[in-house]
Design a protein. Structure first.
Length: 70
């Protein structure tokens, strides 16, 4: 298609695959996974409550919020 499909000059650069085993990094315990999940759920519920609060406040104020002096 366009120029973004191929590198400058039509050269292709290959990336060598690393054959060394990768380190998995930090592995969480089941208790840590449960704690992470419960924190995520708490954040999601808080965000949903905030969205609902903004929506309700907007409904309560009604269209009068658009009528203001310039």
């Amino acid at each position: 298609m366009g120029r973004a499909d191929r590198p400058v000059g039509g050269l292709t650069i290959g990336i060598a695959m690393n054959t060394e085993p990768k380190d998995d990094g930090i592995v969480l315990t089941e208790a840590q996974k449960r704690a992470r999940r419960s924190r995520s759920i708490a954040i999601a519920l808080s965000l949903a409550a905030l969205v609902i609060l903004f929506y309700v406040v907007t409904l309560v104020k009604g269209p009068i919020v658009l009528v203001r002096p310039l």
